[in-house]
Design a binder for this molecule. Structure first.
Ligand SMILES: Nc1ncnc2c1ncn2[C@@H]1O[C@H](COP(=O)(O)OP(=O)(O)OP(=O)(O)O)[C@@H](O)[C@H]1O
Ligand SMILES: [Mg+2]
Length: 441
């Protein structure tokens, strides 16, 4: 199914130019058509009419009085006042010379018009030729005494206003197009800048340089974008400060509790309480990690393979069995502390549930994929989304064994989103979980 949309230009510049240019072109085409069909046709007809009339007049004058004096007078008069070169060959007959001249459409139209006019005015046999190189038209007319030959320059039949009109049409269209492109480009530049700033913000980069400019509506959009940017930043800051404050304040009474418990005799209840406190400490660590992940670290260009190497080295130091294969190295804009935390969260998970970890990267057009797989039990597909919610854990009975808080994946997701990327889960060929991270490069 064809849709009109697939023929339309995709950019705003292209579309606005099309809106501007199409009606003008249409008008010009119509005007050109009307001009050539009416005006030019009529002009040629009138010019041919007068040439044919003059030729006929000369012919009949020659026949009325073929004296040399009369001929001389006519020849002189015609060349002076009519732009016609007249000659006479006594006793000759017109020969149907073949001319190798191939007239183009305009010329043949002109010749046909002239031939028609000559037929009606002359009433004698004649031969018409166009000498294209010399720009002459030759009319040979058979008279009773010989052949009258009339030569006239093509300009007597041809009005150059047609060419000039065409040139005007094309010239004005080009000038118009150039001016339109110039103006439209300036109008569209602020929109492009706004789009670029929004994209940068989406990737978690600085947009402080951005200033709203351009037409009123575009400036409004730019200002709204800046307001939104400020609001979001403030919200993140508020949340971060609050979480940091709460976690920090909770630590003190928790430490006190731990000390008090340590004084009590060891029995089952105390053991359970100690376990709970340990769990709470882990949670607070998790909150603090979460908070730190959102610190005001700036994105900086870092090498992909260096980042991956750091993460795998750390994993090996923790005794994890990890295998990494990095494709072509690239420079990435990353907040590297946060991003390493993200990788470590995922690698730690993989190490907790599996024995072997595979990490690989691949460049896919404008994206970089980082893939982390393990050979553990994996996660049921219907919980792929749930595990990204804070505190969600697949099997709470595994709680004791792994002792997680349920913040690892949510933190990882925050960080990936903060870089303008995506994170999702799949089933690994190695039997366990496959975590996919896709970052714009
Ligand atoms: N590689 C994996 N294999 C199997 N299950 C996993 C894997 N990674 C995560 N999960 C499941 O997803 C849940 C959420 O993981 P997440 O990292 O968010 O929390 P956690 O590991 O339990 O705690 P935390 O990372 O905060 O210490 C885990 O409890 C676990 O059930
Ligand atoms: Mg985890």
């Amino acid at each position: 199914m064809f849709s009109v949309k697939s023929f339309l230009p995709r950019t705003l510049l292209g579309r606005s130019l099309m809106i501007l240019i199409t009606p003008i072109l249409l008008i010009q085409v119509i005007a050109t058509f009307v001009f050539f069909d009416r005006h030019w046709g009529k002009m040629t007809m009138r010019l041919a009419y007068s040439v044919a009339g003059e030729t006929a007049l000369i012919a009949s004058e020659f026949e009325n009085d073929p004296s040399p004096q009369q001929m001389q007078d006519i020849i002189g008069y015609a060349s002076q006042h009519l732009d016609l070169l007249v000659g006479f060959k006594p006793g000759a007959a017109i020969e149907q010379k073949s001319s190798n001249f191939q007239p183009d459409a305009w010329k043949s139209h002109m010749a046909e018009t002239l031939r028609g006019q000559l037929e009606t005015s002359l009433q004698r046999p004649f031969f018409l030729a166009i000498d294209d190189d010399e720009k002459w038209i030759i009319i040979d007319v058979q008279l009773s005494e010989g052949v009258l030959s009339v030569m006239l320059p093509q300009r007597r039949l041809f009005s150059s206003s047609g060419y000039i009109f065409l040139l005007w049409m094309i010239g004005s269209s080009i000038v118009l197009l150039a001016i339109a492109i110039l103006f439209m480009r300036n109008q569209i530049r602020p929109i492009r800048k706004l789009a670029a700033a929004a994209e940068r913000f989406g990737k978690g980069r600085d947009v402080a340089y951005f200033k709203p400019e351009g037409a009123k509506e575009v400036r409004q959009a730019g200002e709204s974008f800046l307001d939104m940017h400020k609001r979001i930043k403030r919200q993140i800051e508020q949340r971060t400060t609050m979480l940091a404050g709460v976690s920090h304040d909770l630590r003190t009474p928790l430490t006190r509790l731990k000390l008090q418990l340590a004084m009590l005799p060891d029995n089952k209840d105390v053991k359970e309480m100690k376990g709970d406190i340990q769990q709470m400490e882990k949670m607070i660590e998790g909150y603090l990690d979460f908070v730190r992940g959102e610190g005001d670290e700036e994105a900086q260009p870092v090498s992909l393979s260096a980042t991956i190497d750091k993460a795998t080295d750390a994993a090996r130091r923790h005794g994890l069995n990890i295998e990494s294969s990095v494709g072509r190295d690239t420079q990435l804009m990353l907040r590297s502390v946060a991003f390493e935390r993200c990788l470590m969260n995922i690698i730690t998970n993989a190490g907790q549930y599996g024995k072997h970890i595979w990490l690989s990267t691949q460049l896919d057009g404008k994206y970089l994929n980082i893939i982390i797989e393990d050979d553990g039990p994996g996660i049921p597909a219907d919980q792929y989304d749930d595990v990204f919610r804070p505190f969600y854990r697949v099997d709470s009975s595994r709680n004791a064994a792994t002792g997680g808080v349920g913040l690892g994946l949510p933190i990882a997701m925050e960080i990936v989103h903060g870089h303008g990327g995506k994170i999702w889960l799949e089933e690994s060929n190695h039997g366990g979980l496959k975590v996919m991270i896709r970052l714009p490069v």
